[in-house]
Design a protein around this ligand. Structure first.
Ligand code: ZN
Length: 437
């Protein structure tokens, strides 16, 4: 761990930008400990635990980006506004690269049944499970759907997330999926944090499987891409969902239309989804609960980020994904909440990181990299997930001076403060409320 390079590079740039002392919009001071991965790009192997730590730091913000960062004693500029963070630790805003937070209807009855030992097949047969979410989402008006989804988004933001991926996938039909993506766009337009929209091909229609697949390839994917409603395509590869051959056809169509690729794979059965992800150079492959030595070796030879979802393991009582083995093999690992109404009702990106220590055997520094810069890499983003000159000024302020509070506590300690584009995000309003010093 070292602070070398950070203040130095920033200082040079700021001095170049303005002869003499630079003037910036906002200066964040009172940072007892600034902790960040070194810079953009997926980190693997030993790099997954490398953090730069700077004591008594300041961050200068201009045009929503970091224009200077270094020791308070080295700052020579002026700022229109100064914000004192009170001697606490600052880390990059968290990146949550896998959520299904756009839904209507809750599945509390499913939970009661599951706890009483009712098999999932019987829950499905009585109209519960994912089909009930699809029905309730279809029946909800846009306003109701957005109201519920905004509340969930603000919970993730309150836990430190400043970039959140949101998937469609509860629609089913071409029209319903496009409507879901439109709703995600609306969510993003009204949110102070960045939303990344993903088109998810989730559950096959048992009656008209071939027709539906053709519609997805020939209508849904081209339309979603052409209208800029999604930047990524996700396919659920599983015995009960799509085969490797079906997924490959869909993903190739997505690639043809300029979408980044990602997969749900190896959740219940390792049927070749990981191998497909690496072969197609997908940005990420998510779940991996049942991945074994072969899949880990395959991932180690590729560039695909392995995104782990510890909330699912906890909720379903399944063996967790082999996080320790993946990192030891040199696979870049990311973490996500997988917030959804069934298998992962986890309303905290930070808690996903805390759980990864217990369930996936990550170490604190590895979990921070997994929840920031590696998660950003899974989304193809290079301006978030780290703190340095030219990165977006997205950061979280922890309640104490040692950043490890973030992953030691489970569901706290709180509250945290979150800054997006250098502006403090007010949790309840979901609006920007800059704090004057
Ligand atoms: Zn998922």
């Amino acid at each position: 761990m070292s602070a070398a390079g950070h203040g130095g590079a920033g200082a040079r740039r700021a001095r170049r930008g303005s002869a003499g002392a630079p003037s910036v919009e906002r200066l964040l001071t009172g940072i007892a400990q600034l902790v960040t991965p070194a810079g953009p790009g997926a980190k693997r192997g030993a790099q997954q635990s490398e953090l730069h730590v700077l004591e008594d730091a300041v961050i200068a913000v201009q045009d929503a980006k970091i224009s200077w960062l270094g020791p308070a004693s080295a700052w020579r500029g002026t700022a229109i506004e100064e914000v004192d963070l009170g001697g606490r630790a600052v880390v990059p805003g968290l990146v949550d690269p896998h959520t299904h937070l756009l839904w209507a209807g809750e599945r509390y009855d499913d939970l009661e049944d599951r706890l009483a030992g009712v098999p999932y097949q019987r829950i499905l047969a009585r109209g519960g499970g994912i089909r009930s979410t699809m029905r309730a989402t279809a029946a909800a008006g846009r306003d109701e759907l957005l109201r519920a989804s905004r509340r969930r988004l603000s919970d993730l933001v309150a836990s430190g997330a400043t970039t959140v991926e949101v998937k469609s996938g509860y629609g089913g039909s071409v029209e319903a999926e496009l409507e879901a993506l439109e709703a995600i766009a609306e969510l993003g337009a009204s949110s102070p944090v960045r939303i990344v929209a993903t088109l998810l091909v989730h559950v096959p229609d048992p009656e008209e499987r071939a027709t539906r697949l053709r519609e997805v390839r020939e209508l849904l994917i081209p339309e979603a891409a052409a209208r800029g409603l999604a930047s990524r395509l996700d396919v659920f590869v599983e015995r009960e969902a799509f085969s490797v051959a079906e997924a490959e056809q869909l993903l190739l169509a997505g690639r043809e239309h300029g979408l980044d690729l990602t997969l749900h794979a190896d959740q219940f059965n390792a049927i070749g989804g990981v191998e497909l992800a690496v072969r197609l150079r997908a940005r990420s492959v998510d779940h991996l609960e049942v991945s074994g030595v072969e899949q880990i070796d395959t991932l180690a030879q590729g560039d695909t980020v392995a995104t782990l979802l510890p909330g699912v393991s906890l909720e379903l009582g399944l063996p967790p994904a082999p996080g320790r083995a993946l990192i030891d093999a040199g696979v870049p690992v990311a973490l996500a909440s997988d917030l959804n109404p069934g298998s992962s009702p986890l309303y905290s990106t930070a808690l996903a990181m805390a759980l990864s220590l217990r369930l996936n055997r990550l170490r604190p520094a590895e979990a921070l990299v997994a929840g920031t810069v590696n998660a950003a890499a899974a989304l193809g983003l290079d301006d978030v997930g780290w703190l340095g000159v030219d990165a977006r000024a997205d950061l979280m302020v922890l309640p104490e001076a040692d950043w490890r509070a973030l992953v030691h506590g489970m569901g706290g300690p709180g509250p945290v403060e979150v800054y997006a584009g250098g502006v403090r995000v007010d949790r309840d309003a979901g609006a920007e409320t800059p704090r004057r010093s």
